[in-house]
Design a protein around this ligand. Structure first.
Ligand code: C2E
Ligand code: CA
Ligand code: CA
Length: 858
């Protein structure tokens, strides 16, 4: 390695041949300057330290290497040394911050020594980069500052979980000095006898784990005082993953925990049924538990100028009596004055306060020293009351009490607001918002009060009044019109109401009138008058609308003893009025109730029967009257209930329609009939078609054609094997969707029969456009034709209409040979009736078919 040096240092180099290579290779930076401050040697480590190439500094002033703030002083001392021969800066060893060529700063430890030679004086500087050490040291200093200054107790445990460090806050909190606890297990002295062993176990186990966690636990201080601490436990692992230390940070949460549980308990109480006073009482007791030595009370504003004592469970009885109501104002005692001023107020010396003297003996008896009142304020600033703390002894530290008061005032407000909203709801819950009439709940209460009166107080009538066409009006004119109608109806009835009677609304279209001390005649004439008045057109938004109503009436005591029963009975009667006696009130009878009850029971039984497939089919043949050939069969549903016996379809089919079961029944019917037909065909029993009756309601289901397609496919039946019978009105309902469904069914090849033809209101031109293949003349037309020429003429006309539409005409209800002859004479192609047979179960039908065959051949 070549050593570069300046001419000044030439002699030196020559004389110290051995020294230079050593200096050059030193790991510390070495710089040699002469007494003129010129750099004459700069080793490789120095180049690295400063970032200068030695060519850039050799032969130049050392100033560039000296930290700027020291430059002046450095130059001065070199100069002084030269003049005086002293060596003031020599031997110095210190830490400096130097600036490198690229402007960055590093910390170095620096030492300078004087080298005196024959040529003169030289200075040799050694420097070492100590930046990392300085930073680490600073970090450690700041850390220990933080640990010692923090209010939280810090413990550091070693790998055995024994204490190796505690900070000052630990000593402050628990009373143990660092020396007392060194080397001990925290659990051996910090746990209180009352500490939950499960909590302790969790904490200890966690400290051996490898993730940090937080736990709240009851601990004990050196003096035995219990305190709740929140412990944050942080295990620290070494580089190999081995657990080295645990750092635990503990903070005292005794008070915040107490406040939290105060809040929680009070919130739980708020969801209970406790009254406002009960809640406030509860709050006062809880406050007294967490702040021993004080007596709490809550006053609520009951008028503009006064407060009423709402709670103060620990106040002596005579004192409570004395402060039951306290005025709000400038002359008032602490609570009243605080409410007046709208800010917390302290009376430190109650016994000598002249305002308090009016409380007299009770105050002396209570023996309080201080009183602190803080107003309970709503968000808008309105004072709702006062939370007052009495201190029998001298008033102790107040920060804790202020915190309790702050939380408690919020809780009081919550309780007050809950109370107010309950009251509001109670009021709302009693009236119908549309008509302003009492609602169901309010009416039932009234009814209960009336019906529990002593005997002989006179008859009470319950009138259930239903607006029948509300739904129609809602749908055609809109809900606003419906509302207007209800208000008009309500006004009209209200005008008829005498003072001792009641009117209310208890549902969408239902009103209830209760007539007190009335008679049958008077009730009936009032009901009829109401119906007559409602029948006149009402003006709804400028349009005349006719309201149709039904009234059902039940009497007390004849029809029931209590309000609920009477209401229910009046309703049953109203339903009855709706179905039969339009325009006339209907009086409740026990038979009606039985009917309604039976219906409910039957409906449940039917649901069960459909589910369990208890329904069966009988098949009724359709025969060509002239030849006796079989045209097909009609499937008719039969239900034999295990207890109720045979229930005719005229009863259960309408029931299924009214109780929403008709679709389930229809789907089952279609499947069963297809199954039966497939079975017959498989066994070679030749039946052209089987007809199934479907309810018009079923027809509204758009999935019906799809369902039929799937069934035909499943049972491998051609479409023409199946026929669907629907009543005239269903086919003519004019809905585009119904028509579409009819076409889609017809497109499957399935026949469409119009049942009970002649009983509906068909328009012949529309009838001609329907995809119907058959008309079944209703069996009422067959009645009397043997005897009554008029009946004959009508039957003839109906059959002719069918024929003129080019459809197969089927006459139902053919019972006699005469009727058959009549049909043959008219050219009616198909007849169905008891003349041939009653509807038969499948097996019997097979027998009948076999027996029938010869007749058809003949
Ligand atoms: P419908 O469709 O008009 O059925 C014909 C009814 O007339 C049957 O009464 C049948 O027994 C009766 N009938 C047939 N020939 C004569 C006769 O010569 N004289 C007399 N007096 N009656 C005769 P059923 O079985 O009691 O059915 C009554 C109604 O119940 C049926 O009238 C039909 O509307 C309905 N129904 C029956 N089964 C079903 C079904 O599975 N689904 C639906 N939706 N309705 C059904
Ligand atoms: Ca039928
Ligand atoms: Ca029929």
């Amino acid at each position: 390695m070549t050593i570069h040096h300046t001419s000044n240092g030439l002699d030196l180099v020559r004389r110290h041949d051995l020294l230079w290579p050593a200096l050059e290779q030193a790991i510390h930076a070495a710089v040699l300057i002469d007494s003129r401050n010129t750099v004459i040697f700069f080793n490789a480590a120095a180049e690295r330290l400063w970032g200068y190439d030695r060519q850039e500094v050799l032969g130049r002033s050392v100033d560039v290497l000296v930290p700027a703030p020291l430059r002046q002083a450095h130059r001065q001392s070199i100069e002084d040394n030269r003049r005086t021969g002293q060596n003031k800066i020599v031997g110095t060893s210190r830490e400096l911050e130097v600036e490198r060529k690229d402007g960055s700063r590093i910390w170095v430890s620096f030492s300078l020594s004087k080298v005196a030679t024959d040529d003169g004086i030289y200075y040799l500087g050694f420097l070492r980069d100590i930046t990392r050490e300085v930073l680490l040291r600073e970090e450690r200093r700041l850390l220990s500052l933080a640990v010692d200054e923090t209010g939280k107790a810090v413990l550091i445990l070693d790998h055995n979980r024994d204490i190796v460090y505690v900070n000052q806050a630990f000593t402050d909190l628990f009373g143990y000095t660092a020396t007392e606890v060194m080397g001990r297990r925290p659990s051996s002295f910090l746990a209180s006898p009352a500490t939950d062993p499960a909590d302790l176990q969790r904490l200890q186990q966690g400290a051996w784990g490898n993730t940090g966690f937080q736990e709240e636990i009851l601990a004990a201080a050196k003096d035995g005082r219990e305190l709740w601490v929140s412990a944050s436990i942080n295990p620290i692992a070494g580089p190999e993953g081995e657990m080295r230390n645990v750092v635990a940070v503990l903070s005292d949460i005794t008070e915040s925990r107490q406040l939290r549980s105060l809040q929680q308990e009070m919130l739980a109480a708020l969801t209970s049924d406790l009254s406002l006073d009960g809640l406030l009482d509860f709050l006062c007791r809880r406050i007294e538990v967490i702040a021993p030595g004080l007596v709490a009370a809550v006053f609520l504003r009951d008028a503009e100028e006064s407060l009423a004592l709402a709670a103060g469970p620990s106040l002596p009885e005579d004192y409570r009596a004395a402060i039951r109501r306290v005025p709000i104002g400038p002359e008032a005692t602490t609570s009243g004055l605080a409410a007046f001023l709208g800010r917390p107020l302290l009376s430190e010396d109650v016994p000598s306060d002249p305002r308090w003297q009016k409380l007299g003996e009770s105050l002396r008896h209570f023996g309080i020293q201080a009183c602190w009142a803080s107003p309970i304020k709503r968000a808008d600033g309105r004072v709702m009351g006062s939370l007052t703390f009495y201190f029998p002894a001298c008033r102790p530290s107040c920060r804790w009490h202020e915190e309790i008061a702050l939380v408690s005032r919020h809780l009081c407000l919550l309780a007050i607001e809950r109370h107010e909203s309950r009251e509001r709801l109670m009021a709302l819950a009693r009236f119908d918002s549309l008509t302003g009439l009492p609602n169901r709940a309010a009416l039932l209460e009234k009814a209960r009060a009336l019906t529990t009166r002593p005997e002989g107080a006179g008859d009470i009538a319950f009138l259930s009044i239903g607006v029948d066409n509300l739904q129609d009006i809602n749908e055609t004119l809109g809900h606003a019109a419906g509302d207007t109608l209800l208000i008009a109806v309500s006004n009209l009835m209200h005008a008829r109401l005498e003072p001792k009677n009641y009117l209310g609304r208890f549902g969408g279209d239902a009103f209830l009138m209760i007539l007190n001390n009335t008679s049958l005649a008077r009730t009936s004439s009032l009901a009829e008058r109401i119906l007559a008045e409602l029948a006149a057109p009402l003006d709804i938004g400028g349009q005349p609308v006719t309201c149709s109503a039904s009234i059902g009436i039940a009497f007390s005591p004849a029809n029931g003893g209590n309000g609920e029963d009477l209401l229910c009975h009046a309703n049953v009667a109203m339903q009855r009025a709706r179905t039969e006696g339009r325009g006339r009130p209907c009086f409740y009878s026990p038979a009606m109730a039985r009917f309604a009850q039976d219906r409910m029971r039957l409906s449940a039984a039917l649901r069960e029967a459909i589910r369990q497939e208890q329904l069966r089919f009988e098949y009724h043949p359709l025969v060509r009257p002239l030849t006796g050939e079989i045209h097909g069969v009609e499937a008719l549903a039969r239900w034999t209930h295990p207890e109720l016996g045979i229930i005719p379809p005229d009863r259960f089919i309408p029931l299924a329609e009214e109780t929403g079961q008709i679709e389930a029944l229809g789907n089952w019917a279609l499947r069963e009939v297809c199954r039966q037909m497939a079975e017959w065909r498989a066994r070679g029993i030749d039946l052209p078609t089987v007809a199934v009756n479907l309810s018009p309601l079923h027809f509204r289901n758009k999935q019906l054609p799809l369902f039929l397609t799937e069934l035909l496919c499943e049972y491998r039946l051609p479409g023409h094997c199946l026929k669907v019978e629907i009543t005239e009105n269903a086919m003519m309902d004019g809905e585009a969707e119904t028509l579409e469904t009819l076409h889609r069914i017809r497109a499957l090849g399935v026949g469409l029969s119009m049942d009970d033809f002649g009983t509906g209101f068909s328009s012949l031109s529309r009838l001609a456009k329907l995809p119907v293949t058959e008309l079944k003349i209703d069996r009422s037309f067959m009645r009397d034709i043997d005897r009554n020429p008029n009946a004959r003429a009508i039957a003839m006309a109906v059959i002719r209409i069918g024929q003129s539409l080019d459809m197969t005409v089927i006459a139902e209800g053919v019972e006699t040979e005469d009727q058959r002859q009549f049909l043959i004479d008219l050219g009616c192609q198909v007849a169905q009736g008891y003349l041939y047979t009653k509807p038969l179960p499948p097996a019997e039908l097979e027998l009948w078919l076999r027996r029938h065959r010869p007749f058809s051949e003949g």
